[in-house]
Design a protein around this ligand. Sequence first.
Ligand SMILES: Cc1cc2nc3c(=O)[nH]c(=O)nc-3n(C[C@H](O)[C@H](O)[C@H](O)COP(=O)(O)O)c2cc1C
Length: 312
Amino acid sequence: MCGLTTRHFFNILCDFGEPDEYISEFLRVHPTATICKKITDLIENRRSTRPLSIQLLGKDPQHLARIAEQLGNCAIHGINLNLGCPVPKIRKKGVGGSLLVDLNTVDSIISALLNSTNLPISVKTRIGYWHASEFDEILKHLSSHSISKLYLHRRTVRGLYEEQIDLGCIKLAKAELRCPVIANGDIKTASEALHIIEETGADGVMIGRAAISNPWIFRQICSLSHSSQAFIPSGSDYLDYIERLKNFTDGTGPSEHRMLSSMKKYAVPIADFVDKVGDFSCKIRRAETLREFHGACEKFFTAPDFNAFGSG
Ligand SMILES: Cc1cc2nc3c(=O)[nH]c(=O)nc-3n(C[C@H](O)[C@H](O)[C@H](O)COP(=O)(O)O)c2cc1C
């Protein structure tokens, strides 16, 4: 996830319980694009040895192929094409989710990527631009290519994050494609992840926001799938997580304001997840100094009635 799933965050997961594979935040590909520093840093300095795919966001087959060819020389395991980003600023550039209105260009992009490298090419998509009825046509186009995996966010592009989630589309994709299909969208707990796999026949789940608010979720899924007790983080586990997040910025010397806003990107979803009452979330959003921020964390996570699945 852009700005969140950095090399530092992935390194934290190495200690908390890793996913089976990683996909980077997107690398924006335009005519003069190169492999930017945050992507080379991730490739070269990550601790995990589990498979890593680099995600590309762009619309020009020639330039996407050029970057894919360069990535072919890097220590990665695949390339993922973004056909799902719904952010208006991105959509206006005709990339991400807006490519779903031009499936001939999608065909040209996938063909160019497949011809440019031996790395597996996977796709991350939504089920349509305007409407779920577009999904049949999208699948028809995708099934004509040898993509290695489909990661499916079960909403339309215009449905942003609000639309009702659709489970039937996973079954449809499983029936139409030869490659594994991975379900994505609103999976918040280990039991939800296992339920979706059982219900739809998906080959796995992709976790986005819940990995930020509960970075132990991959470990919990693994335990639950082996019928063992899932790990329940304590308040001090959360304080340790927040301390590790804070350490990202140490050494580079950002201002207090920058550090606080960088911490809030992670802490707001954490607070929304663990605090069902809302006081803590409110304090985190309003904190104007690191002292206020840490004071609120300290008070909430050391409270005797702290419960990782909803205090209050
Ligand atoms: C802040 C933010 C940044 C994101 N950045 C990316 C991205 O770079 N590439 C991508 O494919 N999806 C991105 N997404 C979408 C997520 O990968 C995921 O598809 C979506 O949030 C639904 O899954 P979830 O409910 O598990 O979060 C982003 C989402 C958020 C909230």
